[in-house]
Design a binder for this molecule. Sequence first.
Ligand SMILES: Nc1ncnc2c1ncn2[C@@H]1O[C@H](COP(=O)(O)OP(=O)(O)O)[C@@H](O)[C@H]1O
Ligand SMILES: [Mg+2]
Length: 256
Amino acid sequence: MIKSIAVAGKGGTGKTTIAALILNCLLKKSSGPILVIDADPDANLGFLLGIKVEQTLGDIREEMLEEIKNFPAGMDKNQYIEAGLHQILEEAKGFDLLTMGRGEGSGCYCYLNSLVRKFADDLIPMYRWIVMDNEAGLEHISRRTTSNVDVLFVVVNENPLSIETARSIEKITRGMERDIGKKFIITNKVKPERLEKIRENIKDIGIEYLGDVPPDEKLEEMIFNGESLLNLNDSPSLNSVCKIIDTVLSRENVSV
Ligand SMILES: Nc1ncnc2c1ncn2[C@@H]1O[C@H](COP(=O)(O)OP(=O)(O)O)[C@@H](O)[C@H]1O
Ligand SMILES: [Mg+2]
């Protein structure tokens, strides 16, 4: 079953935008609850979804570590941390948003990381879908601070370096089939006349190409105006993302 869908790729390729559009498609298509995870330290998925993120996990991490140091013996640290994690879960219509925020400082976070992982593991069964926006390097996936991914979209745009990032993502994730089920490349915001050449250049990466998300003025206008991408309807980028999602789900025989 496909449950978690993640987006990766070089900075600026459109990961966050595409994650927001995937959420838009799933909300229109499926009635199940959705957990959206913004795992990019430069967190801005909330903004594209019209949510003002008050606190990230990174914001409260130090605070929690400090608190648990001074905890009296016999008091439940885990419960305290779980309450803290619940507090940063933003509840919206049809989905919840968890914003990871900045990565770790110099302290030892092993204990906290394992609790975050447990928190995520406990949360995940409560949702039908998980949509995850990633940092470019996928470090947290290799660190295993986030849960498994069933479908990973690697975004490539007109920047030739984005193809190199796709190549390195393929390398990092090779042999991680248990953690990352299926990988697909999608192109984004590419001029039609350049698409053929880019498709040629990604052929040897070893990740299947699944489709293109065209440049979309209506989308750009909405972002410029600070409007939630969940209000986008029937526009070229959204239609393409929804078609890509449909293709993946129908291939895997997933009903929504
Ligand atoms: N299909 C598209 N059409 C028009 N503009 C787009 C499209 N995809 C992304 N953009 C714009 O490109 C910029 C980078 O997108 P973003 O999603 O922030 O990339 P990333 O998360 O990979 O860094 C943003 O300004 C966004 O508005
Ligand atoms: Mg981003």
